[in-house]
Design a protein around this ligand. Structure first.
Ligand SMILES: [Zn+2]
Length: 71
């Protein structure tokens, strides 16, 4: 019954465990069998296997939409 989390480039991931710098929020830079994320506080890149990162994620915060709203 476990659903597969949908991770998209630009999303923010809130992790269960913080990075050594104390930050828990990471931005997705690249997806695939490995996920590349950027620590939003210290700016370091991490590449983590998808199966591993899925267990580390507490919450996925979708990218804020920046579409035109001129209708
Ligand atoms: Zn960090």
């Amino acid at each position: 019954m476990a659903s597969i989390p949908v991770i998209r480039v630009g999303d923010l991931l809130e992790m269960k465990k913080p990075h050594p710098c104390g930050n828990k929020t990471f931005k997705v830079l690249r997806t695939g069998s490995d996920i590349k994320v950027l620590c939003t506080l210290c700016g370091r890149n991490l590449t983590i296997e998808r199966v591993k990162i899925e267990k580390m994620i507490k919450k996925i915060i979708p990218e804020a939409k920046e579409e035109n709203k001129d209708e």
